[in-house]
Design a protein around this ligand. Structure first.
Ligand SMILES: Nc1ncnc2c1ncn2[C@@H]1O[C@H](COP(=O)(O)OP(=O)(O)OP(=O)(O)O)[C@@H](O)[C@H]1O
Length: 257
C-alpha cells in the first residue's frame, strides 16, 4: 500500500499534508502522535472507510476508492479503536462474520471458516469464550475477540488502532509477539497506532510520526524513534535509556515544587 500526496483535513485543520508513504510486505509500522493528531483518521482513510481530502491511497496500483468492497475485505483488515455491541451475538458469530469476504454466493459458513475462526480465537486465548454473549465480556476479553476477528479475516494488510488497549501485560506482550511473527514469518504488513513507545519499539520495523499540524516523519525505527523527534511529536521530553540490547523510552520528569 502507498499514499500519494495524501492530505487529511478536519474542518479547517490540516492533520496530514503531502504524505508520500509506502508500506511493504513484512513491515510493521507504528503510527505515533498526540491525542487528536490524526492517527485514527489516517487509519480509517487507509482502510477505505473515509475519503482523502487530497491525493490518494493506492493498493496494488489501484486507488482504494476503486476497489470493490468484497475484494478490499480480502486485502485489508481494520481494528477500530472502540466498539459498542448493540446486539447479543455469540463470540464465535462475531468472528465468523470476518469470514464473509470469502463467501462467494454461499450463505452459510463452511467447515474451513469455522476452523479459521476457532484458530483465531485460540491465538487470542479466548476460545473458551466462544459461546458467550459478546456483551458479557470484560473490556480486555472483548478486545481480544476483536483482534481474533481481524486474524480470521486473514488479509495481507492489518490496520490496527491501539490493538493493546485494555489488555493486561501478558496479553499485550503475546499480541505483540504474534504481530511480529505475522510480519517476519508470513510477510504480512501491519500498521498499528500505539501510545506505548516501548511496546511499539519491541516489534516495529518502521514508524510514522504525525506532528499534528500536517507535518510528518516516516522511516525506520532507528531513523525516527529518536528522542528529539519523539519529544517534538509528543509535546513532552522523551529520554532514551539503553538496557543491555533493549532501548527503553521514558517520559522526562516533571519538576514538582
Ligand atoms: N467529525 C468530526 N468533527 C470535528 N472534528 C473531528 C471529527 N472527527 C475527528 N475530528 C477531530 O480530528 C482530530 C483527529 O482525530 P483522530 O481521531 O484522528 O485523532 P487521533 O490521533 O487518533 O487521537 P487519539 O490519540 O486521541 O485517539 C481530532 O482533533 C478530532 O477531534
Amino acid at each position: 500500500m502507498k499514499t500519494n500526496d495524501l492530505k487529511l483535513r478536519v474542518a479547517e485543520r490540516v492533520l496530514v499534508d503531502a504524505l508520500n508513504w509506502q508500506i511493504g510486505p513484512g513491515e510493521c509500522w507504528c503510527v505515533i502522535g498526540r491525542n487528536g493528531a490524526g492517527k485514527s483518521t489516517l487509519l480509517r482513510t487507509l482502510a477505505g472507510l473515509r475519503g482523502a481530502d487530497g491525493g490518494q491511497v493506492v493498493l496494488q496500483e489501484r486507488a482504494i476508492a476503486d476497489w470493490p468492497l468484497q475484494d478490499l475485505a480480502r486485502e485489508r483488515a481494520f481494528l477500530p479503536q472502540g466498539r459498542s455491541d448493540a446486539f447479543g451475538y455469540r463470540v464465535i458469530e462475531t468472528v465468523l462474520t470476518a469470514r464473509h469476504p470469502y463467501h462467494e454466493s454461499a450463505y452459510w459458513e463452511s467447515d474451513a471458516d469455522h476452523a479459521a475462526a476457532h484458530s483465531a480465537l485460540q491465538m487470542m486465548d479466548v476460545d473458551a469464550l466462544a459461546e458467550r454473549d459478546v456483551r458479557s465480556l470484560s473490556g480486555g476479553e472483548r478486545q481480544r475477540v476483536a483482534i481474533a476477528a481481524v486474524l480470521a479475516q486473514d488479509t495481507p494488510l492489518l490496520l490496527l488502532d491501539e490493538p493493546t488497549n485494555a489488555l493486561d501485560l501478558a496479553h499485550q506482550v503475546s499480541v505483540m509477539n504474534l504481530l511480529f511473527r505475522l510480519c517476519s514469518k508470513q510477510k504480512k504488513s501491519v500498521v498499528m497506532v500505539s501510545h506505548d513507545l516501548n511496546l511499539a519499539h519491541s516489534i516495529a520495523t518502521h514508524a510514522l510520526l504525525l506532528m499534528g499540524d500536517g507535518r510528518w516523519h516516516a522511516g525506520t525505527v532507528d531513523e525516527v524513534m529518536q528522542a528529539p523527534l519523539l519529544s517534538a511529536c509528543l509535546g513532552h521530553p522523551i529520554e532514551i535509556v539503553k538496557h543491555g540490547k533493549r532501548i527503553i523510552y521514558l517520559a522526562g520528569e516533571e519538576k514538582h515544587e
